[in-house]
Design a protein around this ligand. Structure first.
Ligand SMILES: [Fe+2]
Length: 469
């Protein structure tokens, strides 16, 4: 029996050491009969290594979670991602690799000897995806870890992206059956690079641009013809990053006077189509992008500055600090004229955005789903109509929802015909439940209770049908 006494969202930032498996979770309401497949998520679940706490939410050791639906039932299983970072932490009782905001304790000599060969983490805590026939757990280092989607057992690093940094938000090219992603190579001549990964061994470069001080990049946009990099002025000097001795993210500087810029590359051939400048903003997540009447429409969740990163240090999260909220912003890039126009799409905050990705990414779309402010944290599911600015929501007192993943109902064309799947922390009960909402109305269709709490996770994907064995 796992007993918790807290009744606030900090329970979601508390270590969960138990790996569990349940063949069938108790369900209230009714799961759609058409819902067949698995929601696989990753997120931090262990916040101490030995007797030393990690500092930032992004530094927790990753746990994979699998919710498998079929015949109106759902099973659940969880397992720590046995990355080399996790194994070293278990075996040595200490952190051995550089995380986002926590470094290993090292002597000056050891630190000097790894200056240009940093021991990067492979703690795939941010997102999961599929490349070829393999499933991968990703963070922002170039070390995606393969795992078995049924057992959640890890099986080593899949491939090496062309840089020391990459994103955990690759796009999918359904025609070429490739993952498309961004990487940054840091050094005396740093470079932004886009690449496509078709399998463990098949990688090709799509575009590149030289940059003196690379910006922090968490995601990017993609249309049929273009790759879109939103570059906020949160930048790093590569030499100082190597020499400072400070944790990775603490080497970045906010320089709003530089403004932000969009770099637009042609997917075919890699040419820089244009560079578009606007006022400074910071973003983690693109929502969608599309071409319309000679303009490139780029929607993203924007902050005024990167103070959200500071707000996600665990000591601040656990003391209930006020978290900066992202606004849903649309930028319209005049492809030939160079102008950028920006506007807010709704009078609600929104983060962890999801759309009907398979049918709408890179095209006109109408609905985005995400999370908005709830009590002292973020945990209200919202749906925004980006054409009208209208929004509806779902929330429950003492409960905090996670990223809502849209699953379309087979055979129906309406963009919002389907369900949203969200893992919700019910702090009062010290448990979590998987919430199933009607994506049209955000009315609850079912909830499946997990008999313990599941720490908050960042991202997950729904994989339809049977998982490969
Ligand atoms: Fe993300």
């Amino acid at each position: 029996m796992i007993v918790d006494t807290k009744t606030d969202p900090t329970l979601g930032f508390t270590s969960q050491d138990h790996e569990t498996a349940f063949d069938s979770l108790p369900v209230e309401g009714e799961l759609p009969r058409w819902l067949t497949g698995s929601l696989v998520r990753t997120g931090p679940a262990k916040f101490e290594v030995g007797d030393r706490p990690v500092r930032h939410w992004f530094d927790g050791l990753a746990m994979l979670h699998r919710y498998t639906f079929g015949d109106g039932e759902v099973s659940y299983g969880s397992r720590f991602l046995r990355s080399r970072a996790f194994r070293a932490a278990q075996e040595k009782g200490e952190l051995r690799y550089q995380e986002f905001a926590t470094d290993p304790c090292r002597s000056l000599f050891a630190r000097a000897s790894t200056l240009f060969r940093p021991a990067l983490t492979d703690n795939g805590v941010v997102n999961v995806s599929r490349v070829g026939d393999e499933f991968i757990a990703m963070t922002e280092t170039p070390l995606p870890v393969v795992f078995d989607p049924r057992t959640l057992e890890a099986a080593g690093v899949a491939y090496e992206p062309p840089g020391v940094l990459t994103t955990a938000h690759p796009h999918h090219d359904p025609v070429r059956r490739e993952l498309v992603n961004f990487a940054a190579q840091l050094g005396p001549r740093s470079q932004y690079r886009f690449y496509a990964q078709r399998s463990r061994t098949e990688q090709r470069r799509l575009a590149k641009a030289t940059v003196r001080e690379p910006a922090y990049v968490h995601s990017f946009g993609m249309t049929e013809r273009y790759l879109i990099l939103a570059e906020g002025p949160f930048v790093v000097n590569p030499l100082k990053l190597a020499l400072s001795g400070r944790p990775y993210i603490e080497n970045y500087r906010w320089e709003p006077e530089r403004g932000a810029r969009f770099l637009v590359f042609e997917r075919d051939g890699g040419a820089l189509r244009g560079e578009y400048r606007t006022d400074a903003f910071f973003t983690f997540h693109h929502v969608n992008a599309c071409e319309r009447d000679g303009e490139l429409v780029v929607d993203l969740c924007a902050y005024d500055d990167p103070s959200i990163i500071d707000a996600l240090y665990l000591d601040r999260l656990r003391t209930g600090n006020d978290i900066p909220k992202a606004r849903l912003r649309r930028f319209r890039l005049d492809l030939d004229g160079g102008r950028v126009n920006g506007e807010e799409l709704a009078d609600t905050d929104l983060e962890l955005p999801r759309i009907d990705y398979r049918r709408r990414n890179g095209r006109s779309y109408r609905y985005v789903y995400g999370l908005a402010a709830h009590e002292e944290f973020v945990g209200r599911v919202v749906k925004v109509d980006v054409e009208r600015g209208e929004h509806v929501g779902w929330s429950q007192d003492g409960c905090w929802a996670g990223e809502p993943v849209f699953v379309p109902e087979p055979g129906r064309d309406e963009e919002d015909a389907g369900v949203l799947l969200s893992v919700v922390l019910d702090a009062g009960r010290g448990e979590s439940f998987l919430l199933v909402l009607d994506a049209k109305t955000l009315e609850e269709r079912a909830r499946a209770r997990v008999p313990h709490r599941v720490p908050f996770s960042f991202h997950g994907q729904f994989f339809g049908g049977e998982l490969p064995s």
